[in-house]
Ligand binder design. Sequence first.
Ligand code: FES
Length: 430
Amino acid sequence: MSHPTPDTVAKMRRAHKVLAEFRYEPAELERGYANRSLRIDISANRIEVRPVTQQMKDLWIGGKGFDLWLMFQEIDKDTKWDSPNNPICMSSGPLGGTMSFPGSGKTLVTSISPTTRNIMDCNVGGYFGPYMKFAGFDALAITGKASQDVLIFIDAKENRITIEEAPLESADSHLAAEEFTEMYALDELDKRNVAVVCAGRAAEHTRLGVLNFSFYDWRRKVARLKQAGRGGIGTVFRNKRLKALVIRGKPLAPTWRVAESKVAMRPAGGACACSQDMKASVRKIAEKWGQDPDYVIEMLQDLQDQDRHISQAAIDALSLETGVSRGQLYHIATFYKAFSLTPRGEKVIQVCVGTACHVKGAAQIVSAFERALGIKQGGTTKDGKFTLEAVACLGCCSLAPVAKVGEEIYGNLQTKDAPRIIRAEGARRG
Ligand code: FES
């Protein structure tokens, strides 16, 4: 993917006319709540902070609950999906952004759907929800409809929110996310603090438009996207003439963590039976990341790449290096599919068994690979060359049934393709 040039970004920035500006006081999080929400009306260019009451927390707990509560403040019996008063609500629950509970980084997004004409929510990855929480807002509701393409920018470093004209940026999400990340990050490191929400051109022409949430992938140096895919909320977003919602979070270290959680943070340390070689190898990786506990996932990724699995000895050594408990490290290593506690093969054959592939015969494709490799799914061949995995949607359902080996996608598979793919991948280096 090509990055926008500095000249292009400067030109886009110059075209931004600020339509509304709002400054706010920072808020400390208290037991997972900032205790306030944002309401942004893009018809009137009005930005307001509203309290999150104890009643909201008692009766409408969590991202889903907050979204619904905010919806009910805005809509009436006549509100349709394309009515200006149909809000797009986004919330992060009380565990949002905690580092101790994988999966708590989701943002809940809710609106009246163009496809079902009823209230529809979806949850989505990316960094927006946690950054909104760390900026001091549990939730936000965007209402109204702009007369031109606009952007909302929440700057958590400067405690400032603006509504700006955004006439020049791309209407394609993968390009817009790159452009806005370049535009609002102070430097390469700061790109990790920028999260972009946008919808592409298809959302302008269908009722199924998805809403894309970005996170900056520092390994690939690109802004990657996660989708709030249900119900066409991207269509509502573009119908409001929203080009993007951008947040620049505070520096990467989280504002809070559940350090006192007795489940997640059992004391680190204790005996480590690992070899000197293992200790040295883990220390090298830990030092690369400054032995900072916030980067244990990155350290585990390096260990997985290096050893093709996360061994018990590696977990012991990493616990000593970083002070993160063994329980927490196991928690991470067993939660994410990217990690394996047993050695994986040199190549991992992932056969998709998601819905589209299932309908097109994924089970037979898995069986064909099992026969050709002489192993069951989840297993590794004796020579250590191949591991076979059945995985959820690989994101290219139009090619179903699909398998992936490394970066290579094999689509429209038939059972007879399995031996051919194994031969080709066996001959291919890397
Ligand atoms: S269901 Fe297989 S790629 Fe989506």
